[in-house]
Design a protein around this ligand. Structure first.
Ligand code: HEC
Ligand code: HEC
Length: 237
């Protein structure tokens, strides 16, 4: 049996010890935040992007770091999942990337604002979150891509723009989304001049098509036409 004074000493000592451990761990956690978030990469563009993120109420539909609403996809790793070109196209014209799907807000962002938001999402993507969000359920739930591979990280030999936009909907060599047809051997199926007309304005070629009209520069277009023209079933890559 403890005497009354021993019980009091035990209580006070135990409380003090646990409080110290709690404070110590809290300080340690806070001390890790700058490294885990890569605070040194907080450029002015990232900060402007964060402010736009708040002002535009993206969290009214999306979650970021798990916080927000559950109407639209989690965006913590969207940069890795989709890449900058896709995100920029989405912010310019949401209906283009998800034809006929639930609607994302149509904002009227300037090119600079879009670049800021992309910079912000790139920064979030670099955070060390101890494995959050758990792969790959969230990525695959976010249609249209059925692909679990990152468009940014893989795909040697393909035009960058293909890896960043087209793989969301099209597969080649078994890798990519399945919203549109796989593009293996596509050059055998169509007329040589089809690709340019198609990419400039799909609806003009096949009215009512679900392929979006994507914002492509002339250089990207030329690169894609050259790439697609080589997609013969028997031909070399
Ligand atoms: C009204 C709800 C709503 C708001 C507000 C909204 N979004 Fe979205 N967003 C969506 C939906 C829904 C999708 C899924 C695509 C679809 O079905 O249209 C989406 C998709 C996206 C995607 C592509 C995600 C992926 O995995 O393909 C990005 C990037 C994105 N939103 C960024 C933003 C940003 C940045 C903002 C704020 C500036 C924002 N969204 C505001 C509803 C919204
Ligand atoms: C949002 C989804 C989506 C994206 C992104 C997309 N496509 Fe498509 N694409 C489709 C769909 C759906 C079709 C089938 C349309 C049809 O037949 O009416 C299609 C058809 C095509 C075809 C014709 C294939 C055939 O066999 O007839 C080509 C070529 C093509 N896409 C190339 C591209 C390229 C290159 C990109 C990137 C710049 C791209 N697509 C991005 C959805 C998409």
């Amino acid at each position: 049996m403890l005497s009354k004074s021993a019980a009091r000493a035990f209580f006070v000592g135990g409380t003090a010890l646990c409080s110290l451990a709690f404070i110590g761990l809290t300080v340690d956690t806070i001390g890790r935040i700058p490294a885990q978030t890569h605070e040194e990469n907080l450029t002015p563009a990232v900060i402007r992007g964060k402010n736009l993120w708040d002002e535009s109420n993206c969290m009214g539909c999306h979650t970021l770091l798990g916080e927000g609403a559950y109407y639209a996809p989690e965006l913590t790793r969207v940069y890795e999942r989709r890449g900058p070109e896709f995100i920029a196209a989405m912010l310019r014209d949401p209906a283009a990337m998800y034809p006929g799907a639930r609607r994302m807000e149509q904002y009227d962002f300037t090119d600079e604002e879009i670049a800021d938001l992309v910079a912000f999402l790139a920064w979030v993507n670099e955070m060390d979150l101890n494995g959050f969000p758990a792969p790959p359920t969230l990525a695959s739930a976010a249609a249209p891509s059925a692909s679990s591979t990152s468009p940014v990280a893989s795909g040697a030999g393909r035009p960058r723009v293909f890896e960043q936009m087209c793989v969301a909907c099209h597969a080649i060599d078994g890798r990519g989304g399945s919203v549109g047809p796989a593009l293996d051997g596509v050059a055998d199926r169509v007329e040589p001049d089809f690709f340019e007309r198609w990419l400039r304005d799909p609806a003009a070629v096949r009215p009512g098509t679900a392929m979006p009209r994507l914002p492509l520069s002339d250089a990207q277009l030329a690169e894609l036409v050259a790439f697609l023209s080589q997609q013969h079933t028997e031909g070399a890559e």
